[in-house]
Design a protein around this ligand. Structure first.
Ligand code: AMP
Length: 419
């Protein structure tokens, strides 16, 4: 028997109530802030990711699904959402529009990770990006949006972790200071951090190993080594967040695992924290578009993982709006009535009523059991006698009350009774 590949799972109908809830909140949030939808392909030129997310990151070196197509082109399954949005921005000349251009997406991302709760090989991201504007007020707006998203979902106790990691002018100086700090501790570092020291020193700060965390705790802070512009930018972001009343925690260990970030970085943590807990993350990426061959164009954005949102909605036992159920189940008695049932079900659907028509030749009792299990509000029962009088029996499935309704009145009565 085939099973879904390791690290992936099917989303069954009963689960979709959670997904629908999250996606509806995401879309209405984006409308509120003037973001428009963008869909990009599920695979891209592999280099799109390696040039932006960066060689030496886990995503590129260990996790990307790369393959050659039959034409010999090296492609990768979408590993994250920001680089494809920037690629589309350049490809379609969206820089000619009024800036910033605000776009959002919902779709799967693929990473070959070690599967565990909240970490999968296919996950779904909801993300939004504002391109073409460096104003720190936009950073604050993006963080407010992320915050509002989780509040609107009903999740309590989420917190925002915030940091600034500077720009290409001030970061090299900071990395020098950081390396100097770590040079005294090389022997104590975990093997990953030993490699990070030369390849990705910024990532030393967010290692989860206890010893490395202890060393990171005394490391120089990025925010103490920002250039004048980056410092002013970060001060403004914090001031705007305070103006908006958005709570945040400065987290000097927050650096994000993708190379393209500059200045503001932030993550949203749920109430119950853990290794794989981050609900979403984002920040500014002022050099990304230039890396892709465009003019220097600032950008800021955020992405959340839908699986982790669903996990937390369940964890908090939140009431989620149920998926819509059929208004009526059309039951029939005998083969002659079946023809009428077919026509009536079709007419009711034309009137936008959600209908399930019985199939097979089950007894009336069997058909009512079926209607009940589907959660149908009514059953429309069609027997020979009713049909000869152009009537139907309408049964309220909750109370069991029945009434005779002329076929010509059926649509109106069902519309009225639609709950
Ligand atoms: P990133 O693109 O790494 O910044 O991830 C953004 C968000 O996507 C994270 O905060 C998670 O909520 C989610 N996410 C990332 N990787 C995975 C994964 N392997 N499985 C499930 N969710 C993930």
């Amino acid at each position: 028997m085939h099973k879904a590949p390791r690290g992936t799972f099917d989303i069954l109908p009963q689960e979709h109530a959670y997904w629908k809830h999250a996606e509806e909140k995401a879309v209405s949030l984006c409308l509120l802030y003037g973001y428009q939808p963008l869909s990009t392909p599920i695979f891209e030129d592999a280099q799109l990711f390696s040039r932006t997310v960066g060689k030496g990151t886990d995503i590129i070196d260990k996790e990307m699904y790369v393959f050659q197509d039959k034409g010999g082109q090296e492609l990768a399954l979408r590993a994250e959402g920001t680089a494809p949005v920037c690629r589309a921005y350049l490809e379609h000349g969206l820089f000619n529009l009024a800036q910033p251009v605000k776009l959002y997406y919902i779709g799967p991302a693929f990473r070959y990770e070690r599967p565990q709760a909240g970490r999968y090989r296919q996950h779904h991201q909801f993300g939004f990006e504002a391109l073409g504007e460096a104003d720190p007020v936009l950073d604050a707006e993006v963080i407010e949006m992320a915050w509002r998203f989780f509040i609107s979902l009903g999740l309590s106790g989420v917190s925002i972790q915030l940091n600034s990691i500077g720009c290409k002018l001030c970061r090299p100086g900071y990395l020098e200071v950081l390396r100097r700090h770590y040079s005294g501790y090389t022997e104590r570092l975990c093997s990953d951090c030993k490699a990070r020291l030369t390849r990705k020193p910024l990532r030393l700060l967010d290692c989860k190993q206890a010893v490395c965390q202890e060393i990171a705790g005394t490391a120089p802070k990025t925010t103490d080594h920002l250039c004048h512009e980056c410092r002013l930018h970060f001060e403004s972001v914090r001031r705007y967040l305070e103006t908006l009343g958005i709570p945040f925690h400065l987290n000097h260990g927050l650096v994000r695992g993708l190379d393209y970030y500059t200045r503001t970085v932030f993550e949203v943590e749920p109430q119950e924290k853990g290794g794989q807990s981050s609900l979403g993350g984002g920040g500014r990426y002022d050099d990304l578009i230039e890396t892709l061959g465009g003019n220097s164009t600032p950008g800021v954005g955020f992405a959340a993982g839908l699986e982790r949102i669903v996990l937390n909605l369940k964890r908090e036992s939140l009431d989620i709006p149920p998926l819509p159920r059929p208004v009526a189940f059309v039951a029939y008695l005998g083969q002659e009535a079946k023809i009428d049932a077919l026509k009536i079900a079709s007419e009711l659907r034309k009137a936008e009523l959600a209908i399930i028509m019985a199939t097979g030749d089950r007894s009336l009792k069997g058909q009512m059991r079926h209607a009940n299990s589907l959660g149908s509000t009514y059953a429309v029962i069609l027997g020979k006698e009713e049909l000869s009088n152009r009537n139907a029996i309408l049964r309220d499935m909750a109370s069991g009350d029945q009434q005779t309704v002329p076929l010509t009145e059926l649509t109106r009565v069902l519309k009225q009774g639609q709950k």
